[in-house]
Design a protein around this ligand. Structure first.
Ligand code: SF4
Length: 427
């Protein structure tokens, strides 16, 4: 049996996918945790005393992130106030099960947990949205709503910083996708470890250099409680091809993942086009349209937005009008025809305004100081009669699609997958 290449005394238990080293479990844990600690300190991710929300989905990445941050916070005395923040997208048979995992993690790590839901924030669950839009653009809605939902949850909790479990594979895939699409302007945001310059709550990715396979191995060997079923609405399209390509590259050359991230960073020149909303420079310095602002607020919901009307409100209005394609892709003509940005009738905006008002009301109840952060929007003209505490507008959406519940695997059911990939060392 080969000996661990680090301590040279214990028996090696695995071959590290990132470095190819044969190591024992104890050395693997220490190397894995220390590399994340070094990423955190080298990039100055945290300030002492910061309240940090861990975006927790119950999946392997966020579960390992919660475990490791909790551990490092104690080991190195970061002085962080950690909380778990989850988003319930309303996906029957998937998110309800994964949130049960987060609730167990809350007990296991002794961390407070806040769950915000699309149903409460937007009046639409993903089951309802998929019933309306189908399976082609569902993730566009989900991604936009989730980003804002995390910000809203963070405001409710009064946190300074959100950390997410995006790992090196996720980032490399995104770099590949952006390059293949010719969308070089997005490279800066997708490769940056810390986003703190667009007026929203600070976000970071402590797993930027952590390989997915090592996260799975760490969760497996540590016997962590996580949920490993894919979303029932997951598309198998573009990202799937990028992922397969990346795995093929990794099999030939393990450093390919880090190489692609570094290439993305090198491409992300400071002279990115003005359409890149990620730039920290003032909008006027790049000749942006007056409607684009660095740290403005949506004139509809009053929330942080670099646009006059935030993307979530645009998508929401499309849903509420029964025209879900209004907010997606190249639909300018459709948008103009329906006069989207000028629409101000209570019928179309009622649900948007009501839900945003309810969120602020909840924030005010939870923490008056935190609630002071999001600006209070003036009610749009014509939306009079819709406000805080008023009765709910009747939902016009079709009834929720009953999603098919799928097999749920909790904790360590990645073992066969690991073994079949040859990730566990055959000794
Ligand atoms: Fe949302 Fe599922 Fe799409 Fe992920 S795969 S963005 S959870 S709908």
């Amino acid at each position: 049996m080969p000996a661990c290449q680090r301590c040279t005394t214990a028996r090696a238990a695995l071959k590290r996918p990132k470095t190819g080293e044969s190591v024992c479990k104890a050395c693997f844990y220490l190397a894995f945790e220390t590399e994340i600690h070094e990423t955190i300190t080298t990039n100055h991710l945290f300030r002492r005393g910061e309240k940090v929300a861990i975006g927790a989905s119950g999946g392997k990445d966020s579960t390992v992130l919660a475990h490791v941050l909790h551990l490092l916070n104690q080991r190195y005395d970061y002085g962080l106030d950690l909380v778990l923040l989850s988003v319930d997208e309303g996906i029957t048979g998937y998110r309800d099960d994964s949130l049960a995992t987060v609730q167990r993690n809350q007990v296991q790590y002794g961390l407070p947990l806040k769950i915000v839901s699309y149903g409460d924030l937007y009046g639409w669950t993903m089951d309802e949205i998929v019933a309306q839009v189908g399976l082609k653009n569902n993730c566009t809605f989900c991604g936009v709503f989730r980003r804002q939902a995390l910000d809203r949850g963070a405001v409710l909790l009064g946190v300074d910083h959100i950390v997410t479990g995006h790992n090196a594979d996720d980032i490399a895939e995104t770099v590949l996708m952006n390059i293949l699409r010719g969308d070089i302007a997005r490279l800066q945001r997708c490769t940056s470890i810390l986003n703190n310059n667009d007026g929203t709550i600070k976000r970071s990715k402590p797993f930027k250099y952590t390989y997915e396979k090592e996260i799975v191995m760490y969760a497996y060997f540590k016997n962590l409680d996580y949920f490993s079923t894919e979303c029932i609405y997951a598309p198998q399209a573009y990202r799937g091809y990028a992922r397969t390509f990346l795995k093929d590259l990794e099999a030939i050359r393990p450093s390919a993942i880090l190489d692609i991230i570094h290439s993305g960073e090198a491409f992300a020149a400071p002279s990115d086009p003005p359409s890149a909303k990620t730039t920290a420079a003032p909008a006027h310095a790049h000749g942006e349209k007056p409607a684009q602002r660095d740290a403005g607020e949506c004139e509809r919901c009053g929330y942080m937005s670099s646009q006059r009307v935030c993307k979530a409100c645009v998508l929401l209005e499309g849903l509420n009008r029964g025209l879900p394609r209004l907010g997606i892709g190249k639909t300018d003509r459709l948008r103009r025809r329906h006069n989207l940005h000028e629409a101000t009738s209570p019928e179309t905006l009622g649900r948007t305004i009501e839900h945003m008002a309810n969120v602020r009301l909840e924030a005010a109840r939870a923490s008056p100081a935190a609630a002071a952060s999001p600006p209070t929007p003036p009610p749009p003209a014509g939306a009079a009669g819709v406000g805080v505490g008023e009765p709910s507008t009747a939902l016009s959406a079709p009834s929720a699609a009953a999603a098919t519940a799928r097999g749920v695997g909790v904790a360590n059911n990645d073992a066969p997958r690991l073994a079949s990939r040859g990730a566990l060392m055959e000794l």
